[in-house]
Write a protein that binds this ligand. Structure first.
Ligand code: LLP
Length: 463
């Protein structure tokens, strides 16, 4: 079908649902730097580039769908967090957001530590040369085998998440003749303003030990008694995609309250406090994340003030940003397939991926942006819904966004800010193959996680 012959979908706000997209942007060809990786721009020929390489060339070489990760941007963000917190604090990148060996090497080079939460993440970190003492091991249900591997490898800290785990880790450490550095993860009873499934500090949930009812204080009592453990601090993670520091303020206040109680009861001042991750990024132009240096300043001030009030030495602070480092650095490139304009509703634009490469829209009602990247267009904006190729009507990648009405099969569109929790939460639903991650830097593109093949799928199927 020729471009001009393609029936345009609804154009304007008459059918717009509530949400970020209250009106079409003035110019669909402009890329908002807030949501795109640092080196992304549109060349004179209208084709979008990353790291100096254009997306048509990338699609040709690596296929679609694929995640393209701007290495320059990743390193810059990692460095910005490291610099913002300075030498008196530690930045642990949360590997769950996206982990690969190349990423581990970049983090190592940029002076960051790493937070892992499974045997698989630990194996990836160690195999890429992250020194074990710069790794923190998390999780609400670590297996004895995982604990054994972590203690044996000499991880810098294990974050204890339950009473049973306190005993389990102490036991393993003793068996191995070691004293394991640990933190205790507490739930401080904060309602983070984010989606229910990614809020983690209210009490009715699976993570951590509640401060309420003296449970965390009891956990500290037990941990301090066990020879296999060296209790170095308290950990709190209040949730994800958070934009203001007020939740952290309450969390810091309550954690410092516990540190004070520990000092009063045991005469011990724990040297560390970890405030977790969760800092938000811009998925659409409506989001306004804060800069790492602002966050570092705010968090340091909060902890310092609270400790002064409690007459405690200020502990060493650590944070665990995942999304805020990797999220904005990648986009997913798709080829447009079927286009279905539904009269008076919207136009469904199908792409060659979907909920298998980005489950966040289906799972959290997440908002994303999208742009036509293989060319520019002066056509009218049409209200589009970008959907995948899976057998589910909830298989939505971008719920509501404007694309040019002359969009046609074969065009390339890209969804920015897919660096975090997209490849790491990807699935093989419908036996769709997981896309590769391609790092782009200074005119060069290289695969860091290769595309899955049908052979990979069949190798696991041994029936
Ligand atoms: N530290 C701990 C203990 C965590 O549980 C998490 C995230 C982080 C740090 C990193 O959070 P970040 O800075 O990346 O927000 N799949 C969800 C997010 C789940 C996050 C789980 N824990 C999503 O796609 O939004």
């Amino acid at each position: 079908m020729s471009r001009s012959a393609h029936p345009a979908g609804p154009r304007h706000a008459d059918v717009l649902p509530e949400g970020h997209y209250s009106a079409p942007p003035a110019d669909l060809n402009t890329l908002d730097p807030k949501v795109w990786a640092q080196t992304v721009d549109r060349g004179d020929d209208g084709v979008v580039r990353v790291g100096g390489v254009d997306v048509k060339a990338l699609a040709e070489e690596f296929g679609t769908p694929a995640y393209f990760l701007d290495e320059t941007d990743f390193r810059a963000r990692a460095r910005a967090w490291r610099t913002a917190f300075g030498q008196d604090a530690d930045v642990f990148y949360a590997g769950k957001a996206f982990l690969s060996r190349a990423v581990v090497r970049w983090l190592h080079e940029e002076g960051l530590n790493l937070d892992v939460c499974s045997g698989g993440e630990l194996a990836t970190a160690l195999s890429a040369g992250m020194p074990a003492d710069r790794i923190a091991f998390h999780g609400n249900n670590k297996s004895t085998e995982e604990i054994h591997r972590a203690v044996e490898a000499g991880v810098g800290r294990i974050v204890l998440d339950s009473f049973q785990e306190i005993v389990r880790v102490a036991h393993v450490a003793q068996e191995l003749g070691k004293r394991q550095r640990v933190q205790i993860r507490v739930t401080v009873g904060v309602e983070a303003h984010t989606h229910e499934f990614i809020a983690t500090a209210h009490e009715d949930q699976k993570f951590g030990i509640p401060l309420a009812g003296g449970q965390a204080a009891e956990a500290v009592r037990r941990a301090l008694k066990l020879d296999g453990l060296e209790l170095i601090g308290i950990h709190s993670h209040i949730g994800s995609q958070i934009f203001d520091t007020s939740g952290f303020e309450v969390a810091a206040h309550r954690v410092v309250g516990l540190l004070k109680d520990i000092r009063d009861e045991h005469g011990v001042e724990l040297p560390e406090i970890d405030l977790g991750g969760g800092l938000g990024i811009a998925y659409t132009s409506a989001d306004d994340p804060r800069e790492p240096h602002e966050i570092a300043k705010a968090l340091t001030e909060i902890v310092t003030r609270e400790c002064e009030g409690a007459r405690l030495r200020t502990p060493r602070i650590s944070v665990e940003p995942g999304r805020a480092i990797v999220g904005p650095t990648a986009f997913t490139l798709y080829e447009v397939g079927t286009i279905k304009p539904l009269d008076g509703l919207r136009t469904y634009v199908s792409v060659d991926g979907g909920m298998s490469d980005n489950i966040r829209t289906a799972l959290y009602d997440a908002e994303y942006s999208v742009a036509l990247v293989s060319r520019t267009s002066d056509a009218e904006p049409m209200l589009a819904r970008v959907v995948g190729k899976h057998c589910e009507s909830g298989d939505i990648v971008v719920k509501d966004a404007f694309l040019p009405a002359d969009l046609a099969p074969g065009d390339l569109i890209a969804v920015p800010a897919t660096g975090a929790y997209c490849r790491s939460m990807a699935s093989n639903y419908n036996h769709v193959l997981r896309p590769p991650v391609v790092a782009v830097k200074d005119g060069e593109a290289r695969v860091i996680v290769r595309r899955e093949t049908e052979e990979d799928l069949l190798r696991l199927d041994v029936g």
